[in-house]
Design a protein around this ligand. Structure first.
Ligand code: U2F
Length: 567
């Protein structure tokens, strides 16, 4: 019997990859199913009786579509970034568990059919109303929707949520401003509300922190893990052989090798990757579940500087490992590092995993200078001696993620119908004066409700505190120093002339201008500035000349995205 002709190569290869990628997501969801169920039950009890609208949600994973150029998926199964797959799997699970009605698309054809665009037609307004309250997508998907929805894209833009790993700061989002000021990026300027961009870690409070989950262990499992830890076993972070090319690794690897058996999970096809030294026990890229088992035995999870800000260190810490990583001095950013170049953020990345460094820290996370052999060696020795409990921040548990997404869905931007295009860009000058009052010790302003005006705000405005930054400090940093978090939705309450006065700031002149650092004061020349463009309100950004007015709020322990009264 003659064998059937082979299918066209490129397409067959793509389908196989996609199927395997989706298989990765399916396996992950299945593996975490019980955790999701338990978490949903707990949240349900806590929210008992609360009205929750069921939303019609479209999830369009743009980077998986053939039309996006498919640069991602061929790499993913060869040690490339799996982080995004992890996050999408968890987003799907969370939206589903919360009881919303979901449609998922991974091809342009399906997208068109769900939007009601006849196939082959592009750039036409939709003929019937958009049947979704919310659309979760990524930058690729955004581009596709713009192309295929014509004017309807603008009409419905407030319903879009963009899953954007590293985040998009306001200065890069505002088309006119970014073009004028040279905030150029590879990702276009979408003029969305910055909170419509959802990140993998709480990078900038300008965006919404979406996150993902890691497996939670019960007390028995934790005890078992602690009892079976091999204090001399280290696993290297990274699945691609290229991470072993890092300069100076011989020195610190030699030190590590003196004390510990080094394991890796570096992808290879047939032969051991030449970059990985012979003394390293390489397991090859492991299925996720087996990778977790390896972490359960290991004492140390060690980063070589790349990949940046992925899920694996959280999984390692959740499985009782200590995460050791290099401090970056100077920090990496879109100004000085190839990986971040062209990304719409000015964030300075102070180590391989700033979340692990800042939000978790010792004894779980050690951030050291790898060029300093003594510091490195001392860290290894201390880590081997230290008993550490498995730890997972609440915001990365299933319940934490459900709680956060629930709050976003019920409270965040996404008015229905969307305000007309441009309407969001009216200056905040007309709103009533802010009932702010000086705190008892006169260091900052607090909310002081006046009769007759209770603004509809989420987060609730009672959590607001206004602090003035030092020159050269961002509002993100300023709020953090006061044990708070910057809350951009509150900028509108302090973008007022009288606020300078209340803070005893002397202004010889006050002007409204478009600048992502405003409201701010240039103290040496006594010039005060207010923000003319609400889309540019930004927690990120600093300048030596300005002290910025910063809106800060409290947050829940382990759930930085939500204030105490936010649920
Ligand atoms: C990040 O992407 P990565 O995929 O490099 O992130 P990792 O932290 O390595 O982890 C992704 C998942 O890979 C799994 C592990 C993690 O959940 O359980 N894994 C596995 O299945 N088998 C193995 O042998 C080893 C790990 C980040 F998430 C992306 O956003 C960035 O684009 C990328 C580059 O900075 O880094």
């Amino acid at each position: 019997v003659p064998s059937p002709p082979p299918p066209p190569r490129a397409q067959a290869a793509f389908r196989r990859d996609l199927a395997r990628l989706l298989d990765f997501m399916k396996k992950r969801i299945r593996h975490l199913a019980q955790q999701w169920l338990r978490a949903a039950r707990r949240l349900e009890q806590r929210l008992a009786g609360r009205q929750r609208d069921q939303k019609h949600i479209l999830v369009h994973i743009g980077f998986l579509t053939e039309e996006s150029g498919d640069v991602f998926s061929p790499r993913v199964l060869k040690g490339g970034p799996l982080g995004e797959m992890v996050q999408w799997a968890d987003i799907l699970a969370a939206l589903f568990m919360l009881g919303h009605s979901l449609r998922v698309t991974v091809s342009l054809k399906e997208l068109q059919s769900h939007l009601g665009v006849p196939p082959g037609r592009g750039n036409c307004p939709l003929t019937s109303p958009l049947p979704f309250d919310l659309i979760y997508t990524d930058y690729h998907g955004l581009q596709q929707m713009k192309q295929h929805m014509g004017l309807s894209f603008k009409k419905y833009r407030c319903r879009v949520r963009v899953i954007d790993t590293f985040g998009t700061e306001p200065a890069y989002n505002h088309e006119e401003y970014a073009t004028l000021r040279g905030y150029r990026t590879n990702w276009g300027y979408w003029n969305l509300q910055p909170s419509q961009f959802m990140t993998m870690f709480p990078h900038t409070p300008d965006n919404s922190f979406m996150g993902f989950v890691s497996e939670e262990l019960n007390q028995t499992e934790k005890q078992l893990i602690k009892a079976n830890k091999v204090s001399s076993m280290a696993v290297v972070y990274g699945k691609e052989a290229s991470i072993w090319k890092v300069g100076g690794k011989e020195k610190f690897l030699a030190i590590l090798n003196k004390y510990m058996e080094i394991h890796g999970t570096v992808y290879y096809e047939t032969q051991r990757p030449p970059e990985v030294p012979a003394f390293v026990k390489n397991h090859g890229l492991l299925p996720q579940h087996e990778f977790q088992q390896l972490l359960r035995k290991a004492k140390l999870f060690i980063g070589f500087g790349f990949p940046y800000e992925g899920p694996a260190p959280l999984e390692a810490i959740a499985n009782g490992c200590v995460f050791l990583q290099a401090r970056f001095n100077p920090p990496h950013s879109s100004l000085n590092h190839e990986f971040f170049r062209g990304k719409p953020t000015s964030r300075e990345v102070s180590s391989q995993h700033p979340y692990a460094e800042d939000f978790i820290g010792k004894p779980h996370v050690w951030t050291v200078d790898y060029n300093n052999s003594e510091e490195f060696e001392a860290a290894i020795k201390t880590i081997m001696r230290t008993q550490v409990d498995p730890y997972l921040p609440y915001e990365y548990t299933c319940e934490g993620m459900l709680e956060r997404i629930h709050a976003y869905i019920q409270h965040q931007v996404g008015e229905n119908p969307c305000p007309p295009w441009g309407a969001i860009s009216t200056p905040a000058m007309q709103s009533p004066p802010s009932p702010l009052a000086l705190s008892p010790n006169s260091t900052h302003l607090v909310w002081s409700p006046r009769a007759g005006w209770a603004p509809q705000a989420w987060p609730p405005v009672a959590s607001l505190q206004v602090w003035v930054s030092e020159p050269q400090h961002t509002c993100t940093e300023t709020c953090r120093r006061h044990g708070l978090v910057c809350e951009p939705t509150f900028f509108r309450f302090l973008n007022k002339e009288e606020v300078f006065l209340q803070l005893s700031i002397v202004c010889d002149s006050t002007e409204y201008e478009m600048n992502h650092l405003y409201p701010a004061v240039a103290e040496n020349v006594r010039e005060c500035y207010l923000q003319k463009e609400p889309l540019l309100f930004s927690c990120a950004g600093h300048h030596a000349k300005y002290r910025r007015l910063c809106p800060c709020r409290d947050f829940r322990q382990g759930q930085v995205a939500l204030c105490r009264d936010c649920l």
